[in-house]
Design a binder for this molecule. Sequence first.
Ligand SMILES: [Ca+2]
Ligand SMILES: [Ca+2]
Length: 104
Amino acid sequence: MLATYYRDMDGDGFGNPLNTTQACSAPTGYVTNNTDCDDSDALEFPGQTWYADVDNDGYSSGVTQISCLRPSGHKVAVELPRPRAIATTTTMISTPAPQKSATA
Ligand SMILES: [Ca+2]
Ligand SMILES: [Ca+2]
């Protein structure tokens, strides 16, 4: 049975609603999703987190925005060369303290 598949040019897993094909199974480069706002930019997809860096110094102000299209003056985490800027939003998972050996 034929289904509609959407072109995913940028490979972010979100398809272009304006570029479709009918096939029995997803052809290479096509996905079932059709919610990509910009299928030429893999950084732009629904739910992307953007970090404000208005002065473009590589440090985010800590203000984030969730959107598909890049808001002006914003970058994604991988574009920020200084990871410290985004560390504040990362939750560290604590690991159990090492057991003391009885023979130590
Ligand atoms: Ca895409
Ligand atoms: Ca995209």
